[in-house]
Design a protein around this ligand. Structure first.
Ligand SMILES: C[S@@+](CC[C@H](N)C(=O)[O-])C[C@H]1O[C@@H](n2cnc3c(N)ncnc32)[C@H](O)[C@@H]1O
Length: 436
């Protein structure tokens, strides 16, 4: 893993959550004293601090500094090693809180060898886009006994993410029982995902998955589906030529590519020729607003000093004013963005169409904000665009249907009340709503 990500992933589990994990384990295996416990990515070995639950605990941790500071109870040891190189097996239980690192943060060589070693040990062929915690969770399953148990603090997202689908299919294929309890509050304030305690019991073969919401004192409310309600979580799909949701443009540094009205005037950039309208967030738009036309764009975005003008550096020919603006940006300012450094000409982004509808990717109410995009704004950042075949005249009808759709019940809720819809989930909704 890349070194910068190692420090960032070192989020420690609060002691009360460690105790909560062990108390759920003891419900799963009443009265059992485990002969052997494994903890992958063990940090300072805090999961070893529990009375009478085990005879031997082995924590595997990559960071020497963490290990050397640790104070361990009798029966516990920490080993400095890579958790995915660890060949010890037949542990009765694997507990812990593995690192959360997106696949972009993983070293290719490390990731490829981890995936290969899991596969050759008889595990699932995980995707290269799997997050580190998915790889660790799978390794936990590979290193435990056939009737062992895995109890981990992991992001709740693994129950729905396409990048974990092979792991879910593997568990389903084995028929193991799974209990996923999503926290109702933010137990890791610095981390933006919702945490869960996930228990996979390899002893069972009924393939029963239970979902629930848990609070810090351990009380659990069970739900029927991963969404936490009685409706199924939205599936994922690709868009069609008729109707397709696309992610907002990431030009590479909004402060460089998206200007306020004042900045536009300062650099003498002309509307239409040098900049075009864009929307980077729908936060300031009211929930019932329907139409984004010239007037409302001026009122809500231009006159409030929002970043709302996308420079047209996607064009072949640039005006002298825009050329001057771009050459005034020094290298350290744009070289911070890998999107810019990866391009032949740092500022030439690929043109993005103005969508028929604009949809917020995050929301707190029943559904995301949706606007009919009459002003022709480009969707940027966290705003999605919905492209609709113009010849079919479907924009208004799709808008009405999206406004009536109950997203709330079909999405995983995050602890801060925010719900997020993935672009491929929006595509599944659109496919559902399109007239046959
Ligand atoms: C989220 S922290 C949790 C630490 C500890 N288990 C706890 O609950 O407080 C994940 C830990 O995994 C360690 N780690 C990351 N990659 C690792 C690897 N390849 N092998 C072993 N440990 C690793 C990090 O150094 C970090 O201490």
């Amino acid at each position: 893993m890349k070194e910068a990500h190692l420090t960032r992933c070192q989020v420690e589990t609060p002691p009360d959550i460690v105790r909560l994990v062990w108390s759920l384990v003891s419900k799963q295996r009443p009265g059992q004293v485990f002969n052997s416990v494994l903890d992958l990515g063990a940090g300072d070995g805090r999961f070893s601090h529990v009375d009478g639950a085990y005879r031997e605990y082995t924590g595997v941790e990559r960071d020497v500094a963490k290990v050397s500071q640790a104070k361990l109870p009798p029966g516990a040891q920490l080993v400095v090693a890579d958790a995915l190189q660890w060949k010890g097996s037949d542990y009765e239980i694997c507990v812990g809180n593995p690192p959360y690192i997106r696949h972009h943060g993983l070293e290719t060589v490390w990731r490829d060898s981890a995936l290969e070693s899991i596969r050759t040990a008889g595990g699932p062929a995980l995707k290269k886009t799997a997050n580190a915690f998915i790889i660790f969770l799978t390794q936990a399953l590979m290193r435990t006994k056939d009737d062992g148990v895995v109890a981990q603090v992991v992001p709740y997202e693994w129950v729905t993410r396409p990048s974990a689908s092979e792991l879910r299919a593997f568990i389903e294929g084995k028929g193991w029982n799974v209990y996923v309890y999503r926290f109702d509050s933010n137990i890791f304030p610095t981390v933006l995902t919702t945490a869960s305690i996930t228990i996979i019991d390899k002893r069972s073969s009924d393939g029963d998955w239970k979902f629930g919401v848990i609070n810090r004192s351990g009380s659990i409310k069970l739900a029927n589906h991963a969404s936490g309600t009685r409706s199924k979580v939205l599936s994922y799909s690709d868009g069609s030529d008729t109707c397709k949701a696309i992610r907002g443009l990431s030009p590479g540094g909004q402060e460089l590519f998206v200007l306020t009205e004042e900045e536009r005037l300062f650099h003498s950039l002309k509307r239409g020729r040098d900049v075009r309208p864009c929307v980077t967030s729908l936060r300031s738009v009211s929930q019932d607003m329907e139409l984004l036309d010239k007037d409302s764009f001026e009122r809500i975005f231009v006159r409030t000093g929002s970043r709302c003008w996308l420079i047209r550096s996607d064009e072949e020919k640039l005006s002298p004013e825009l050329t001057r603006y771009l050459s005034g940006i020094n290298e350290p300012a744009w070289a911070r963005y890998s999107t810019c450094t990866a391009r032949k000409i740092w500022w030439r982004y690929r043109a993005h169409p103005a969508p028929a509808l604009l949809v917020a990717s995050g929301f707190t109410q029943k559904r995301p904000k949706v606007l009919v995009n009459e002003v022709g704004a480009v969707a940027v950042g966290s705003v999605y665009g919905v492209l609709i075949d113009e010849t079919l005249n479907l924009a208004r009808m799709m808008f009405d249907k999206l406004r009536d759709y109950d997203f709330h019940r079909r999405l995983v809720h995050h602890s801060n009340g925010l719900k997020k819809i993935e672009v491929r989930q929006l595509n599944a909704v659109l496919a559902d709503l399109l007239p046959a």
